[in-house]
Design a protein around this ligand. Structure first.
Ligand code: ZN
Ligand code: ZN
Length: 361
């Protein structure tokens, strides 16, 4: 998928407005291939402008000539004016009065300012980018695969770190450190390390609790590599594993496999969730799986589409989602297993390769 193709796809979908204004860093990166903290993108039927300040002008110009897209690069300055001054100039030239904007990203106050400065009607168009981003190109899937591979490597290294006496915070710090050492730009979210009864909290924050024999330890973590996020969860056991724990673990694993098998193009996110939830309910733990089966992963750690009860739309082919059912028994323990999968015509393809049978350290 070239940048120019993306521009064409946006134009095809731009029916309620005559231009699309893009402000969010992640969407600017998606449509231009260029990442910067500040900037503005304006796409009309006849033009595509990337407006940057002096910090980014050289890099932005280089990037545009590399990708060979039709973007023209413009610099904010005392003479040229601000981001909105430059955007308004283009709107005036093409006599555009209806401008699409990222309605979920731009605050109400910011939208009022934009309306005033651009002298245009603002039309909610965030959906266009959400839907385009939900379908990954093979180039994006390659990057997601690389990010996931790095995360697999970190997990395998972590098996030497996890032992009784080490605190959850220490494990979280090691996760972050090793992720950065392997070349990731950053972690994709603050790692979750939850041991013992803490593992019954799906989004536990690491504490000073020391790991003990008999614990289940849940690690949920990921990285950002080349702009794309990874996300994985494994629950591992320290020392002996009770019958109940083993059964809960096996149930979560079977639920995950059922959800992955159900994840085909055009099947709804809700149906995928339900395939997994059914396995958990049949085992008698229906009340202990409270979150959705999965979420889209891409430039952001949570994006469209979702595999959750409220998502009755079909999953598109080449969507990339997490597959992360769990069972959480309050005050006892919890288990979650998470892979990232690509929705393919012939069946979901997992791009997470770490061991899924219960690891006992
Ligand atoms: Zn996760
Ligand atoms: Zn996740």
């Amino acid at each position: 998928m070239t940048i120019q193709n993306r521009l064409n796809q946006i134009r095809e979908r731009l029916t309620d407005a005559d231009a699309l204004l893009i402000i969010s860093p992640v969407n600017r990166r998606y449509v231009t291939g260029f990442a910067s903290s500040d900037g503005m993108v304006l796409i009309t039927r006849d033009s595509a402008c990337l407006i940057v300040d002096s910090r980014y002008i050289l890099a932005a110009s280089e990037n545009v000539s590399l990708t060979g897209s039709e973007f023209s690069v413009h610099l904010t300055s005392a003479a040229n004016g601000s981001f909105t001054d430059i955007a308004r100039k283009f709107l005036n030239i093409e006599q555009i009065t209806r401008v699409g904007f990222e309605d979920e990203y731009v605050s109400f106050a910011e939208s009022e300012t934009l309306r005033e400065k651009l002298k245009a009607e603002l039309v909610p168009c965030g959906q266009i980018l959400r839907e385009l981003r939900a379908v990954k190109s093979e180039g994006e899937i390659l990057r997601l695969r690389a990010a996931q591979e790095l995360t697999d490597e970190v997990f395998s290294d972590m098996l030497a770190v996890i032992r009784p006496g080490v605190t959850e915070k220490r494990v979280a710090a090691e996760l972050t450190y090793r992720t950065l050492l392997k070349g990731a730009l950053n972690v994709s979210f603050d790692p979750i390390v939850a041991s013992g009864a803490n593992s019954a909290k799906p989004h536990a924050v690491p504490t000073d609790r020391e790991l003990r024999r008999g614990d289940f330890v849940t690690l949920d973590f990921g990285c950002i590599l080349d702009g794309y996020c990874s996300d994985m969860t494994r629950t591992i056991a320290l020392g002996e594993v009770s019958e109940e724990r083993r059964m809960v673990y096996e149930t979560v694993l079977r639920a995950q496999e059922a959800g992955i098998s159900a994840a085909l193009p055009q099947v709804s996110g809700k149906a995928v969730h339900e395939a997994a939830a059914q396995v958990i309910a049949d085992a008698g733990y229906g009340a202990f799986f409270g979150h959705g089966f999965g979420h889209g992963v891409g430039l952001e750690i949570h994006e469209s589409p979702n595999a959750s009860p409220s998502w009755d739309k079909p999953l598109p082919e080449n969507a990339v989602i997490s597959a992360e059912p769990g069972i959480y028994l309050p005050d006892k323990f919890g288990v979650r297993i998470e892979d990232v999968i690509v929705i393919r015509h012939s069946g979901a393809e997992s791009i997470t390769h770490s061991e899924k049978s219960l690891i006992v350290l």
